[in-house]
Design a protein around this ligand. Structure first.
Ligand code: HEM
Length: 160
């Protein structure tokens, strides 16, 4: 990883991005706005799965409306994150908090995909039985904990 990081830092593209004083602040701003979309869309679904919010459209409608925005925002996070990595490879790739964050992002993607698939196959999947409701609650809690942990790990990158 160290060799790859050194190679990336020596590329013309990395030098170009690092030489532009506005580049990192603009890309980080895009990253932060996309975080807001992910945490808001998943947060509203998780509150419904945890039965902390009960009024409003059914979960399946909310999932149909919100999760496509979660995926779009994750796409922007991936692109903006890669641009930040190209600009400062050693700061990210050799950073324990960054590596932990990427693992947590992968878990969040798998959890969100599972929720979306189950709800698409059966709109009442998470409310069909007491066991399903409990499972939905566990999934909602896990998703919330992952979102908070990813944000904390993302912030920690700058301090390690
Ligand atoms: C999808 C893949 C993602 C990649 C490749 C990625 C990559 C990065 C990188 C390289 C940084 C800059 C760290 C630094 O130099 O200080 C960063 C910052 C950050 N990321 Fe991500 N990220 C991704 C997804 C996410 C997600 C899903 C969240 C939250 C839900 C998130 C939250 C953060 C936070 C809070 C920061 C710190 C922002 C700041 O201090 O200005 N990231 N990310």
């Amino acid at each position: 990883m160290q060799n790859f990081s050194d190679w990336l830092a020596a590329t013309a593209l990395s030098h170009l991005f690092a030489g532009l004083t506005w580049f990192v602040p603009v890309v980080q701003t895009v990253h932060i706005l996309s975080i807001a979309v992910v945490v808001t869309t998943l947060g509203m679904l998780d509150f419904r799965l945890l039965r902390l919010s009960r009024r409003g459209p059914p979960l399946s409608t909310m999932a149909g409306n919100f999760i496509p925005w979660t995926w779009r925002a994750l796409g922007v996070l991936l692109v903006s994150g890669i641009l930040l990595i190209i600009t400062e490879p050693a700061r990210e790739l050799m950073n324990g908090a960054f590596r932990l964050k990427m693992l947590l992002v992968l878990l969040l993607v798998l959890l969100t995909f599972t929720c979306q698939k189950a709800t698409a196959a059966d709109p009442d999947y998470w409310s069909a039985s007491p066991g399903r409701r409990r499972l939905g609650g566990v999934l909602g809690a896990a998703s919330l904990v992952l979102c908070v942990s990813i944000v904390a790990a993302g912030r920690l990158i700058a301090y390690l």
